[in-house]
Design a protein around this ligand. Sequence first.
Ligand code: ATP
Length: 361
Amino acid sequence: MLLPDVELRQFSQAFDGEIVVREIDLKINRGEFFCLLGPSGCGKTTILRAIAGFDRPYAGEIWIRGQLMNEVPPYRRPVNTVFQSYALFNHLTVRENIAFGLKLKKCPKSELEERVKGAIERVKLEKFADRHPHRLSGGQKQRVALARALINQPAVLLLDEPLGALDLKLRKEMQAELSRLHREMGLTFLMVTHDREEALALSDRIAVIQQGHLEQAGSPREIYQHPKTPFVADFIGEANLLSGFLDAERRIVSKKGAILVDRWNKDESVKKGDCIILNIRPEKIKLGAEPLADCEICFPGRIQQITYLGTHLEMIIAAIATGEIFKVRQTESEADRFSVGTLVYLGWKREDLSLFNALLN
Ligand code: ATP
């Protein structure tokens, strides 16, 4: 079994005496595309900067390829960083920018020329090699930054919101480019992003961070389908978070009296009266004009709002008996038969719910 490429052991970071990242344990495997995902200010960049060596950890250890890095300066670490701001030298051409690091390392001329040519081809900048950065688009600048980092053949490529400055269309194109480069080069990519779709689309695994704390690490599918906390459920996708409690018949009942789960046998440690938070994804709620025979839970509601979102429709539906509000997603063809004001039946299957014991969170 290979050692992880990057390992954080009880890593904490503090600025001006204030802890901003707390006791993170994380292993990033060789060749993985790994994303640190979380809202603004949660500590993603702080973690990346410590791995790059720009800041020393407040506590804990950082290991890269089996070596403790805490005392190793950035230029001795087998990593390179790509920043959102590109950090290119404006007085140098594309070719010179890409060659810069190798020149510093006194790489022999013929090898340098060959590697620069290879890097330019890899990021498809052949036509722009003699331009200066101010004559490049945002996407082209980011390709230069990528080539400049990759030419050093790092063990791990660190990417700090690399696509953050690009518009949506270019962002999508560059996501495909990143994915291609990752596949072709087989390197470990560690990327910081606050964009959940980007993280879901690109990553082998994702670590969701909140307020300096690691909430969950796992594959996109695991995190989306089996979130461990209400925060992850809400952050990684659209959610209907409901809170209820366990009654004497082991049903989970909402505070307004709706039955959310009709018999909960899992986890005997949860007792009558305990509070439980549930999530049901909007696309997992089923809708019908008649009661839904194949759902364990079914109740009537009234459609309050329908929003057209291109590939699908999003509806806001209020439960008739309790007034609770549900977000429901339907494909356009399925939704044809519904309009605002229509009485519908909502339902779900037990296996489509995520349950969180509120006492544990
Ligand atoms: P964003 O997505 O907005 O870039 P982030 O998740 O990368 O956010 P960080 O930049 O890691 O968040 O910041 C985490 C916390 O640490 C924030 O509260 C920030 O204000 C604080 N912080 C980061 N760097 C420093 C610093 N050099 N001095 C003081 N506080 C800092």
